[in-house]
Design a binder for this molecule. Structure first.
Ligand code: PNS
Length: 161
C-alpha cells in the first residue's frame, strides 16, 4: 500500500525548516502532499499564488511531493487525498501545546488519520516564518533561513535590496 501524508501549513513563506521536515518525512512516506491553507480570514504576507510559487520553485526536483491548497478541516483534506498521515514539525517546547491540542482534535475528528511529528533539525529550532519575516522587515539578514526565491520575495515585500 502506498503511504501518503499531507504536510499542512500556511507556508507564509516556506522556510528551510519546512524543507528539512519534508525531506525527512519522505523517508517515512512514499508521497507527501504539501497542503497550503487558503483561509481568507487569516492574514498572510504572501498571496496564495506567491506561496505556491515559492514552494514550487524549491520543490521542483522532488518527484514524490505534490503541492495543493485547502480550506476547512485538515483531516477532511487528508481523507480527500487518501492520506494516512498528517506530517507536522515540532520545534521548541512552545509549539507543543498548540500541536498537541490540534493533533488530539484531529484524531477525534477522524481516527483513521495519524499525526506524525518530526523533531525539527537543530539548526532550525528557533526559526519560523513569522520570526524570519520580522527580522527581514527590520533589515536583518535572513540568508540561509529560507529558500532563495522566498528570500528574494521577502526582500521585495519589504522593499529591501
Ligand atoms: O503553518 P501553520 O499556520 O502552523 O499551520 C496551521 C494549520 C494549517 C496546520 C492549522 O491551522 C489547520 O490545520 N487549519 C485547518 C483547520 C483545522 O483543521 N484545524 C485543526 C482542528 S479544528
Amino acid at each position: 500500500m502506498e503511504r501518503v501524508a499531507i504536510y499542512p501549513g500556511s507556508f507564509d513563506p516556506v522556510t528551510n525548516g519546512h524543507l528539512d521536515i519534508l525531506e525527512r518525512g519522505l523517508s517515512l512516506f512514499d508521497r507527501i502532499i504539501v497542503a497550503i491553507l487558503t483561509n481568507p480570514k487569516k492574514s498572510f504576507l504572501f498571496t496564495l499564488e506567491e506561496r505556491i510559487e515559492m514552494l514550487e520553485d524549491c520543490l521542483k526536483d522532488f518527484s514524490n511531493v505534490a503541492i495543493d491548497t485547502f480550506d476547512g478541516l485538515t483531516v477532511d483534506f487528508a481523507a480527500h487525498c487518501n492520506a494516512q498521515g498528517i506530517l507536522r514539525g515540532l520545534r521548541a517546547l512552545s509549539d507543543f501545546e498548540y500541536e498537541f491540542q490540534m493533533a488530539l482534535m484531529n484524531r477525534r475528528l477522524n481516527r483513521e488519520i495519524q499525526t506524525i511529528f518530526l523533531m525539527t533539525g537543530l539548526r532550525w529550532i528557533y526559526t519560523s516564518s513569522s520570526i524570519i519575516k520580522e527580522a527581514a522587515q527590520f533589515g536583518g539578514n535572513i540568508e540561509g533561513m529560507v529558500p532563495p526565491l522566498a528570500e528574494k520575495k521577502i526582500k521585495q515585500k519589504f522593499s529591501l535590496k
